[in-house]
Design a protein around this ligand. Structure first.
Ligand SMILES: Nc1ncnc2c1ncn2[C@@H]1O[C@H](COP(=O)(O)OP(=O)(O)OP(=O)(O)O)[C@@H](O)[C@H]1O
Ligand SMILES: [Mg+2]
Length: 267
């Protein structure tokens, strides 16, 4: 079982888009669990989960809770939200996570709630999933630090814009300052560029820059995700590219990204 957390410090950079579509492709051959820790709940929505359902169990039932109050994995995992991908499950997020974050500020072991929960139920998670993919929001919140800390690999996402590349770079330096006191090794393993409009010269320059820059040259994924309405449709249709456009070039793009992530040891 490998745990991969998607990150950056710029909003709207394509993290959720990449999480959803990489998970879709992986779920064709592997058992995949998504964990949404972003209070915007975009990944949960993409999966078609009704986050307004008052009975829905969410990641909020795990974070900031004492072990005796945490649900068993079978209770909190929403099984098979996408009918065509029976190997894909999700632990949804909650808009009330903002509240949870505040309650966690002074909690003992506040950076470790997710780690302890997986450790307490390691046999279940290990026997049930090959990959756990965690989607975060653009911040160094305590909840996100839980997700970065537990990751075997962090995969950064940037759209092809100056501010977004800066957001990825900023993440690298901030995470270094956060992980050192926690004795966590550097786990940033890849950077995916996306939403690329090939008509712009700035885009080409930025792709070149990330290939050479010291923070990104070793982690850059060479396959760039183009800007396309087909990817927006994956959100509307609640189906990742491999289900919605199984033979399309955009699916092949994500196949290549998955191959590159495997070469980098992320998958
Ligand atoms: N390659 C793409 N082509 C077209 N639209 C895209 C592409 N990638 C992302 N988008 C659109 O850009 C918006 C932001 O993408 P996404 O939600 O994945 O970003 P994010 O980094 O997860 O944002 P946040 O920081 O708010 O979590 C979405 O509306 C999505 O539809
Ligand atoms: Mg997102």
């Amino acid at each position: 079982m490998k745990i991969i957390t998607m990150a950056t410090l710029k909003g709207g950079a394509g993290k959720t888009m990449n999480t959803f579509n990489i998970a879709g492709i992986l779920a064709e051959k592997h058992r995949v669990l998504l964990i949404d820790v972003d209070p915007q709940c975009n990944l949960s929505n993409n999966c078609g989960v009704d986050i307004a359902d008052p009975d829905l169990k969410t990641v909020r039932d795990i974070l900031g809770k004492q072990p005796e109050d945490q649900p068993a994995p079978e209770e909190v995992i929403y099984k098979m939200p996408i009918t065509d991908l029976p190997n894909l499950d999700v632990i949804p997020s909650s808009i009330m996570l903002f509240d949870t974050e505040m309650n966690m500020v002074n909690a003992t072991g506040r950076e470790n709630f997710l780690k302890y929960y997986i450790d307490d139920n390691r046999e279940y998670f290990q026997n049930t999933y090959d990959y756990i993919l965690i989607d975060t929001n653009p911040s160094m919140s305590i909840i996100n630090i839980n997700a970065f800390y537990i990751a075997d690999s962090i995969v950064l996402t940037s759209d092809v814009s100056t501010n977004s590349v800066s957001g990825a770079e900023l993440f690298c330096s901030l995470w270094k300052s956060k992980r050192k006191p926690l004795r966590k090794e550097n786990n940033i393993a890849a950077l995916i560029l996306c939403n690329f409009d090939k008509r712009t010269n700035l885009g080409k320059d930025l792709i070149e820059y990330t290939g050479d820059a010291s923070f990104s040259q070793d982690i850059i994924i060479k396959t760039v995700v183009p800007a396309t309405v087909k990817l927006k449709n994956t959100e509307v249709e609640h189906q990742p590219v491999n289900v919605l456009y199984p033979k399309d070039e955009i699916r092949k793009t994500y196949d290549r990204i998955v191959d590159e992530l495997r070469e980098k040891g992320v998958l």
